[in-house]
Design a protein around this ligand. Structure first.
Ligand code: AKG
Ligand code: FE2
Length: 371
């Protein structure tokens, strides 16, 4: 008998409540985390007590890239630091990136107001269609997750903007204009970063096809809302995952929560106000033939402060094939990944839980098996 046939009306009602999201669940004040959100013990975060506060175990200072230095005599050194960061951590932080403080602050602030709208307004955008231009939801993959995450989200396709903007929320009334400005400026920042990344791989001006495709490429903005949680040590805001794209540009408010897997340990990234956290996605790992690493990361929640983050995932157009750059392949460096496309990725994630590095692992070529 399938579990759904065993479900009592009470269980069905409970599940419906969880599908409505964490913000809705917290509306009436909660003192305990419902069992739906309790992760198995080995997956739970480790908190320690310091300064009389319960804190995540260890903080990590990611390499900081001063973007302005790329336009001066230190450019070669900055490029080396970026290459090392992408090889070692799969992550770096960028300061002096050129985006006005108002643009990012307005984005965080209008997203906060979006999540404060009545549930009926937010839920207009709920859909199970993974390719919808706007998608509101909760957890990680709410139709598949057995244990839920303490997170609600709004996903917006953002490039080409004129194709998608007419679908974006009209409430709050300034949402579209502020989020569109943010999307455009993030896209420009991504384009600058592509040049820098190709130069750090020493193939700038050589793989023009890839550079052009990335310029025309896809952009998905994921707004994450993590309400305060009464028992943060029992749950996660986001499970361990890697991002599918080429690069992710992550804007966070001043509340920490992002953790990355570094030398088999979960370490918390110290937020730097006004900075961007940039991470290598699966497509860049494939494109660089494994030199740059798409690293697992997850999100912790806390008991006092709500947290908002905006991840902008940039990559090739949805119709492109992603493969190791021909410029990085030779006899001694055979391709280590199979070609992949977006349709395959979507098929993969809708057929199983996209946790851990499943998708990327499925694209790896094991040369030991090829004779
Ligand atoms: O909220 C964060 O800090 C990270 C979000 C994230 O990893 C994502 O949206 O893919
Ligand atoms: Fe992510």
């Amino acid at each position: 008998m399938s579990p759904s046939m065993l479900a009592t009306p009470v269980v069905v009602e409970e599940n419906k409540k969880y599908q409505m999201g964490v913000k809705h669940l917290c509306g009436n004040g909660l003192t305990k985390v419902p069992s739906k959100y309790i992760w198995p013990e080995p997956d739970r975060p480790i908190f320690t007590k310091s300064d009389n506060l319960i804190k995540p175990k260890q903080n990590l200072k990611l390499p900081i890239i001063d973007f302005a230095e790329l336009f001066g005599p230190n450019r070669p050194q900055v490029l080396r630091t970026i290459a090392e960061a992408c090889e070692t951590y799969g992550f770096f932080q960028v300061v002096n990136h050129g985006m006005e403080g108002d643009v990012s602050r307005n984005m965080i602030e209008v997203c906060k107001r979006f999540f404060e709208l009545p549930y009926e307004e937010r839920s207009k955008y709920m859909t199970s269609d993974m390719s919808a231009p706007v998608r509101y939801g909760t957890s990680f993959n709410q139709s598949k997750d057995n244990v839920f995450c303490w997170r609600d989200f709004l996903k917006l396709l953002a490039h080409p903007l004129p194709d998608y903007l007419p679908y974006w929320p009209t409430s709050p009334s300034d949402f579209r204009s502020l989020a569109a400005t943010y999307a455009k400026e993030t896209k420009e920042m991504f384009e600058m970063m592509v040049k820098v990344i190709l130069e750090s791989l020493e193939i700038d001006g050589e793989d023009d096809e890839a550079a052009e495709e990335l310029e025309q490429g896809s952009q998905l903005m994921v707004v994450n809302c993590y309400p305060p949680c009464p028992e943060p040590e029992l749950t996660l805001g986001m499970p361990p995952h890697s991002d599918y794209g080429f690069l992710t540009l992550l804007l966070q408010d001043d509340v920490e929560g992002l953790q990355i897997l570094f030398r088999d340990e979960w370490v918390t990234v110290d937020p730097i106000p006004g900075s961007f956290v940039v991470n290598v996605g699966d497509h860049l790992e494939i494109f660089s033939n494994g030199r740059y690493k798409s690293v697992l990361h997850r999100v912790l929640v806390n008991s006092t402060k709500p947290r908002i983050s905006v991840a902008s995932l940039h990559s090739f157009p949805f119709t492109s094939v992603v493969k190791p750059s021909p410029k990085l392949i030779d006899k001694r460096n055979p391709p280590r990944y199979m070609e992949t496309d977006f349709a395959t990725f979507l098929q993969y994630v809708s057929s199983r839980e996209p946790k851990w590095k499943n998708f990327l692992e499925s694209r790896k070529i094991d040369h030991r098996l090829i004779i």
